[in-house]
Write a protein that binds this ligand. Structure first.
Ligand SMILES: [Mg+2]
Length: 93
């Protein structure tokens, strides 16, 4: 996230509180799940998908700030992407 995004997200956490933002994350993940469901049903709404991915991303960034876990997330991500790459290589796809 950019520095200006971080400022906004910190302010959102301070203004609405962690509980509300965690509830908002659950709500946005549900909305994304609905959009993905519509896509899988053959009723894609690409704008809707992009909107909900953005919404979830914004809340996930706030969770990183809330739980102060940016470094750990980065490590986890690197490990998981490496494992995925190895898995794909092993399948020779
Ligand atoms: Mg939404």
């Amino acid at each position: 996230m950019t520095n200006s995004e971080r400022e906004v997200f910190v302010k959102a956490l301070e203004t609405f509180g962690p509980q509300k933002q965690m509830e908002k994350l659950l709500e946005e993940m549900a909305e994304l799940a609905v959009e993905i469901g519509h896509y899988l049903d053959g009723r894609p709404d690409y704008t809707g998908i992009a909107t909900e991915i953005a919404d979830v991303g914004i809340l996930l960034d706030q969770m990183v700030l809330l739980f102060q876990c940016g470094g750990r997330v980065q490590v986890e991500r690197l490990q998981k992407v490496r494992k995925l790459a190895e898995s794909l290589e092993a399948k020779d796809v």
